[in-house]
Design a protein around this ligand. Sequence first.
Ligand code: ARG
Ligand code: GLU
Length: 700
Amino acid sequence: MLKKILIPIAISFAFPNFLIGQGMWLPMDLVNQEVNMISKGMKMSASDIYTANRGSLKDAIVHFGGFCTGEIISSKGLVLTNHHCGYSAIQKHSSIENDYLKNGFWAESMGDEKPNEGLYVDFIISIEDVSDRIFPLILNGLTEKQAVDSLLKSNPTSGESIRVAIKSIYYGNQFIQIISQRFSDVRLVGAPPSAVGKFGADTDNWVWPRHTGDFSMFRVYTAPDGSPSDYSPENIPLVSNNPLTISLAGVKEGDFSMIYGFPGRTTSYLPVSEVVQQVDVMLPIKVQLREIVLNTWDSAMRVNPMVKIQYASKYASVSNGWKKWIGQMEGMTASHGIDTLKMRQKKVIKYHSANHENAFRAVDLVDEFDKQISSLENSRKSIIYFQEILRNWELLTWSRLANDLVRLSDKGNNIDKAIRALQSFEKNYDLELDRRASKNLVNEWINAGKEDTLLNVPIQYLKETDAFVRGLFSPHLYNSLPLNSNKYSDTIVVELCRNHLAFNLWTDLITKYRSVFLESRNKERLFESGMKEWMNLHMSAARASGKILSADANSTMRVSFGEVGGFSPKDGATYNHRTTTDGILNKYIPGDYEFDLPQGFRSKLESRDFGEYADFDGKLPVCILSANHTSGGNSGSPALNSKGELIGLNFDRVWEGTMSDFYFTPERCRNIMVDVRYIMWVVDKYAGASRLIKEMKFAN
Ligand code: ARG
Ligand code: GLU
């Protein structure tokens, strides 16, 4: 007994108990994790996951449109990603007669698959540590940016579709070069109805138990010779040598799982005072400002079906962040995350205090951080106010689009695109609703600015501006917006825009925002260079005990691994690792916009014809939980089993664990995936798209 207790204590002295179970690893660094992964049940080698110039799992992973992840699941370039990642493509092909969002869409043949202008996927060819080429340049006096530019210029690899990027990781302590290839003919192949793909919508977003079939399918096309090409009718499906294999065997508690994709941004190594400021000061402001907008929109969406359609997507996007941030604040408290982060910080300091070279540097650095962070508080707050106002005051969006249009027209350029952008804004704009929402929002801003003059609220400007005086408190400004641009000739639209009271609103406010932003820029830079040193201190402390820390996410390709499993969100409650279609039928509310189900789908579920897709107990699994460290951008990432076979599709995290961006703990941080068997059942048994099933490779 005594021995058992002593061992972990001994280890925790040797290695500050940093980040067990946490990590988003660069694929080429997985060799260092191999032993750990195998001990958790993995039955592959690190080189099966990533090898630069030989076939490996990485060949099947794509950065989807730069904002999501996708994976190749057939030798003919079929891509699986989330419904919410394909949403705008699906929406663009939808019309009243063919409402693919509502009814779903399944191309009957390849000829029927729908091109999407502007959509692309990037394949990663190689990722390489180029620190030893960057640092000498920096030592020679170049800035980081100059050093990166100079190395990029000397690179012979770039070609038309080949892209070379150099990114800083570990806050500038390492530089990696990423070579990728872009394919820009990506066609929509299939999507389930939103009642499946978005089941539970905003109410269930970030929530477990979850029953969303959040998937859609696309296909990559190439020129006849296999090279990347923009859309052309001559193009052929991409020939892929390494598509993922699909496993219908299912998962159970404790199984090894991993997520391969492109997480956007995490901040796991911030000084504690910075996390406290983010969580206690910045998040509440953002939450409060979004609440104002969401409440106003919601009250109209509930009574007006037209507004419901116009604002559903905007509402989802504003509420997605809002809900996550509340989860982060609560999760941080419930998990006592700050205490743990304080302990980690102390351990880094302690390690370095015992180390003569850096004896007091860590303590000094933390002191400096504390001072910098409190002196940055006001500018950070004002930036947040500006960003939220610029984003959610829709009149400003109109003003920005109107400015784009007028500028292009004055230069004599083609204005078709700008006109289309304005028209698509108008289609989903309710001026009276924006008037009400922005009145509350801007009033909140002004009041905050009156109470705290350091917030840089342009009160005087807002008061003096025509737009404000005549508009915000009277409907005139809004009612006079030229919102029917399709009724007038382009030249008239340009003049109507130019002469409207709100025309300059965007330019004026963005200029003020920029100056606030620039004012704090130097202080922020100082903080960033402190972060570089701080990260370095973390890394050297870890290295001393043979550990490597994973770099914070920055939209580069990463792998995280963990175990399938539920957890206890609070005393007395447990979450299973699996939900089934029984839960869909339980949640069903006829006529409700979030929980309604098409009759045909419901009866298919009720008939329980689950075939080979059923779990061991005859039920059809819908979503599964795992303790993989993921973040925004991991949407659409494949969930893979110990042999690298596809078992699910990542699309969310549990609310209780969203603070994982600051502090990951396997006790309550879980990513949510659609079980691949549910996806296959929908494609096969519900949509009857057997031509797609035939393309795929299933594990036997
Ligand atoms: N929470 C997921 C993510 O961050 C899904 C968002 C889309 N769904 C929604 N209801 N807003 O992207
Ligand atoms: N839904 C998120 C996305 O679009 C993934 C959830 C998360 O933030 O982990 O990337």
